[in-house]
Design a protein around this ligand. Structure first.
Ligand SMILES: [Zn+2]
Length: 417
């Protein structure tokens, strides 16, 4: 047929013959009918009548005409159409035959799905689905299928040596949590699943294997000790490190408690103005010292002058940050200083910090000695937060997981075009 070869080229068909093309006009309210392009195709002799599960040839028993949405042609929706057989497979019984251009039981072609998933990775889903003229839910399903099928998914856990296990909230509600395993060497997601429970972390180890010698597990410290229990049970050789970011966060929280207590004491003594200054000043000095502006430095100097306890707390926190930055033997020495200083400070909030630091000392030493630098994990964390913010309206964790995995798990290919 004269036009077959052009359409073969346009559709990049393999094992497919184009029989003919025609235009169908779909009525629309208050508008001229929509023109859509129908491309009638059939699998070639080799691809025809194959079982989707085993690939064996089966005997066709009945036919059904079916269409798949593929990429638009000159702004028109385009549908390959095929007389699709149900076959009788010796092993799998009566089943709809496989087609070379689409996933089994799917209504979109693979090029359409690859392109859609790529678009979804570049922009908000409401925009991507509007541009593709499909529903948000259809796009979510496409991303899930493409992710599950991504060639890079297989073997992704093979080279994993330094991992971070973390839990992440993706919405309001106790059940809206994800368990994320990060590859600290690549800064990508290695594994992601719904929920935060011993079962989800156990599921990771069951899939990953538990006997890798060099596995270095790095766990967020935020009330997630149950994760340590799972790691010790499933991967006893793993060195558990605490996350430096969370260790500094402990100190920040104690400092906030101290500030609130001092402000309440000032208010009780009738010094409302001073109490208010305390709050404002503290908010400003929460940053790293080198990031403080001139005005914030002045606020800090004011605190140093007027409130020795709070200033001491601030210095202890900064010393802890410095210990984690220095790492190694120097970091350990600084950490010992921090604990000593916190105990001696006679500030109850910081005595509590010292207690926590002592309790986790072996794990913090692991962090200082072997822990990964946190830059990549923090970058990934920020990206995930951005995705979660952008994806408000995700009703199911499934779509969010697929998207996170696709974009930040190294599965998103370059655009197919
Ligand atoms: Zn079969």
């Amino acid at each position: 047929m004269a036009d077959s070869s052009i359409w073969d080229e346009i559709l990049d068909t393999r094992h497919v013959q184009v029989l003919r093309t025609y235009i169908e006009r779909w009525p629309r309210r208050d508008k001229a009918p929509e023109k859509v392009l129908i491309v009638v195709v059939e699998p070639d002799d080799e691809a025809r009548n194959r079982c989707p599960h085993c690939g064996n040839k089966g005997v066709p028993v009945e036919f059904d005409v079916r269409r798949w949405r593929t990429l638009d042609v000159h702004g028109k929706k385009c549908f390959p159409e095929c007389r699709l057989p149900r076959i009788d497979c010796a092993e799998h019984g009566k089943i709809t035959a496989k087609v070379p251009w689409a996933r089994h039981d799917d209504y979109f072609s693979m090029p359409f799905e690859d392109h859609s998933a790529w678009l979804a990775a570049q922009m908000p889903w409401t925009k991507a689905s509007a541009g593709l003229r499909i529903t948000w839910e259809a796009l979510a399903n496409i991303v899930t299928r493409v992710t599950a099928d991504a060639p890079a998914l297989a073997g992704r856990l093979d080279g994993l040596r330094m991992t971070g296990i973390d839990e992440k909230s993706w919405g309001k509600g106790a059940e809206k949590f994800l368990t994320v395993v990060t590859d600290h060497e690549t800064g990508k997601i290695a594994w992601i699943a719904e929920g935060r429970s011993q079962e989800s972390v156990t599921a990771f180890f069951d899939q990953f294997g538990t006997s890798r010698p060099k596995l270095l597990t790095h766990v967020s410290a935020d009330g997630a000790e149950w994760i340590h229990d799972v790691v010790r049970a499933k991967a006893p050789q793993a060195l558990i490190c605490l996350d430096a970011f969370h260790i500094v966060k402990w100190a920040g929280e104690r400092l906030d408690e101290l500030r609130r207590r001092l402000a309440a004491e000032l208010r009780a003594a009738g010094s409302d103005d001073q109490a208010a200054t305390l709050g404002k000043g503290m908010r400003e000095i929460r940053k790293k010292p080198q990031n403080l502006t001139a005005g914030q430095r002045t606020a800090l100097a004011g605190i140093a002058r007027d409130n020795k306890q709070l200033y001491k707390g601030y210095l202890i926190k900064e010393q802890l940050r410095e210990a984690l930055r220095a790492r190694g033997a120097h970091g350990k020495a600084l950490l010992a200083g921090v604990i000593f200083w916190a105990v001696r400070s006679r500030i109850p909030e910081f005595a509590k910090l010292a207690k926590t630091l002592r309790r986790f000392l072996p794990l913090i030493w692991n962090t200082l000695g072997h822990g990964p630098s946190n830059g990549r994990a923090e970058a990934l964390n920020a990206q995930l937060n951005a995705l979660i913010t952008r994806a408000r309206g995700f009703r199911s964790a499934g779509a969010l997981i697929a998207m996170a995995d696709f974009v930040y798990g190294g599965l998103c290919p370059d655009s197919p075009y």
